[in-house]
Design a protein around this ligand. Structure first.
Ligand code: DP6
Length: 377
């Protein structure tokens, strides 16, 4: 995209001026939060890179993070002929000494950022999450956000760009890695709700990521995920996005989203809890309806999950507390709630386990830190 070319040219220029300098062994660090979408991103345009079919809005879950270190490999000798032919990016996960296969999308992203150093510098990535994989928390969101944050640190981009410019590039790069990652690059608690706007037909060509204003009462919001199934998904989200358009319901879902986005932002600003609750729950149902009616079909909203959601709603009414549920592309139930709902959630946990006759693990978000860049991240 033209925007990215503009950045590449800027980086190239900085390098020519001797201002952008990387040496073998230089390092960059970052850590980034995951997020849970209230209005979901589901489906992308077919022939364009990482352009969503609909806008989305998420809540940052700062306690579930990826921690990433990147190390420059190769060398950069500004006045010498190119002598290094070796170029391979490497990925190590979970403090594991075994090298992981680098996803082609990740490799393309790194090469496009490090374009001014093409064929001279590659990077080694060491990354781990503080939450288990396949637990219903999006590791691609935190993972790609932390990766681009660490590369920005390696290149010391904060010296050359304003905070706002840097945020823009980070959100663009993260988007190319994983759509939901574009919503994980904001830094402060004031930016806990983030929207990613899809291009409006015939109006604008680009997506736009920004934080949305919210009522201070939302600072008390808590998030827990009830893990019903921790095995790897059969269909990855990236594949799932391709099938969204095969569902006849998709057009109905996506055409209603821009109106819902407006309503959701208003409800966040006014602390209209019931409105946020009904928009979020309705969108989870409608995304799963798209999944269940596309080809191939994916059914995460199983009878078991539906029964538990039914129980949750019953208990919420009984205890009269503020709490709502959502599901990502998986069977694990995310609950967002105000602190007074904790007792009701304990009850929900107890009865759920009896109902499904197995243990349900719960992971709870403990703090709301955004993206951090640098050694202390
Ligand atoms: C259901 O961001 O994982 O979690 O862009 O292909 O990497 P890619 O997909 P990804 O999709 C997330 C889908 C979702 C909803 C959401 O987070 O908005």
């Amino acid at each position: 995209p033209a925007e990215l070319e503009r950045l590449q040219n800027k980086l190239l220029e900085l390098r020519k001026q001797g201002k952008l300098f990387i040496q073998n062994g230089d390092v960059g660090y970052s850590s980034a939060p995951s997020n849970i979408a209230l209005l979901k991103y589901w489906g992308k345009e077919t022939n364009r890179e990482q352009i969503p079919l609909n806008s989305s809005l998420s809540y940052t879950i700062g306690g579930f993070r990826s921690f990433t270190k990147v190390t420059a490999l190769g060398r950069f000798l500004p006045n010498e002929e190119k002598t290094v032919s070796y170029f391979k990016n490497k990925l190590f996960l979970d403090e594991n000494s075994k090298e992981n296969k680098l996803p082609p999308k990740m490799d393309r992203l790194i090469r496009s950022i490090l374009f001014p150093f093409a064929d001279e510098i590659s990077i080694e990535i060491n990354s781990h999450n503080n939450f288990p994989t396949a637990c219903g928390i999006a590791s691609s969101a935190s993972g790609y956000a932390a990766l681009v944050g660490a590369i920005a640190d390696l290149l010391q981009l904060e010296k050359h760009f304003s905070k706002l410019e840097l945020l823009f590039w980070l959100s663009e790069w993260a988007r190319l890695g994983s759509g939901s990652a574009t919503r994980s690059v904001f830094t402060s608690e004031e930016e806990s709700f983030v929207k990613w706007e899809a291009p409006i037909l015939n109006k604008n060509k680009f997506t736009n990521t920004s934080s949305v204003k919210f009522h201070p009462k939302w600072r008390q919001l808590q998030h827990s995920v009830f893990i019903l199934n921790s095995s790897e998904k059969q269909t990855s989200s990236s594949d799932g996005h391709k099938y969204a358009q095969t569902s006849p319901l998709n057009i109905i879902r996506t055409s209603g989203i821009s109106h819902k986005l407006k309503l959701l932002q208003k409800a966040l600003l006014e602390f209209d809890f019931e409105c946020v609750q009904s928009l979020t729950e309705e969108d989870a149902y409608s995304m799963h309806a798209v999944m269940q009616t596309g080809e191939p079909k994916a059914c995460y909203l199983t009878n078991e999950v539906s029964n538990l959601i039914g129980l949750f709603i019953q208990l919420r009414n009984e205890y009269d507390v503020k709490a709502f549920w959502t599901l990502d592309a998986g069977p694990n139930i995310h609950i967002l709630y105000m602190p007074e709902a904790k007792i009701m959630l304990q009850k929900f946990h107890e009865i759920s386990q009896t109902m499904i006759e197995r243990e349900i693990k719960i992971l709870t978000n403990s703090f709301n830190e955004g993206l951090l860049i640098g050694k202390n991240s």
